[in-house]
Design a protein around this ligand. Sequence first.
Ligand code: ZN
Length: 369
Amino acid sequence: MRTGFFWDEKCFWHAGGNYALTLRIGGHVQPLVAGGLPESPETKRRLKNLMDVTGLLAELKSSSAPAASFEELSRVHPESYLHQFKEMSDNGGGELGLRTPFAQDGYEIAALSAGLATAAVRDVLSGKLDNAYALSRPPGHHALPDFPNGFCLINNIAVATETALAEGTAERVAILDWDVHHGNGTEAIFYDRDDVLTISIHQDHNYPIDTGDVSDQGSGAGEGFNYNIPLPPGCGHAAYIETMERIVIPAITDFAPDIIIVACGFDASALDPLAHMLCTPLTYGMMTELLMETAADICDGKLVLVHEGGYSEAYVPFCGHAAIAQLAASDTAAPDPLAEIMVARQPSLRVQAFHSTLIGEMAASFGYD
Ligand code: ZN
């Protein structure tokens, strides 16, 4: 398997400033340390480091990529926003939206993050690679065209998708967002389109608090091409696999895309501080396996995972390693240090009847029984 791994040291340099100030914590309790933004480089760096230590990284075709060009970025974001972002970035950084602080050179780093995703998609579509992982940072899936939010400044996957469509290397793209938060930016960008299928599995009304309902299914030509699958807190391995099998895989198969792109957050993990799900590395490996089988059936195996959220410094490296080892069909493993605890203590590894009922109802509402 020729699996690409796109990363760049500079993506780890994106700095979000002091989140303690944003949250106005303090006064009644010791303020959080400066730089305490939950979206830190450490989760990403530790994933890459774990891959170094196990040897998995050496098995992949690892490289950086050029930053996305202004032309590529402007296929998704208005030029006025890009100019404003660049100017503020040149002047030391700031905040243009909601919970998206950035420092000096934030624009260049965000363009590089989008460039990693774009290169991964380009090289898989051209056949240079079989599949790929882009360790993009900052993440992208919450970014609206003219309003950054939720740590996301540029919608990396939307830029990669629009570039593939513009270059004529794909006519239909399926985007599955399994980050635990709703992929509201990606949904909004493609909401009226029938050439891009968007599916989001997320914790019900976690972030953003007011988007991601089942009833939001697209508009105009895009009617029926947006799937929201909000799950209640406490869903784990069994619920996620059941959701994949009963809704996601049938929907992607029916759509018959030229490539599948995953907004790959690891914040549905059992240790994540920003959500309340119970997934484990096993879950991410198995969801990747299901998508690889689907991609092999319908689009010559073309599959790209683009890193999004995931805030547990302890568990993201293992969740990511499981997904990437699966992608590369590698036997190189990083055994989950918490596997026994998770299996023994978490009923979510087994099927819960009420989760099954809920997933079944959503499947039926989408026409999959
Ligand atoms: Zn997230």
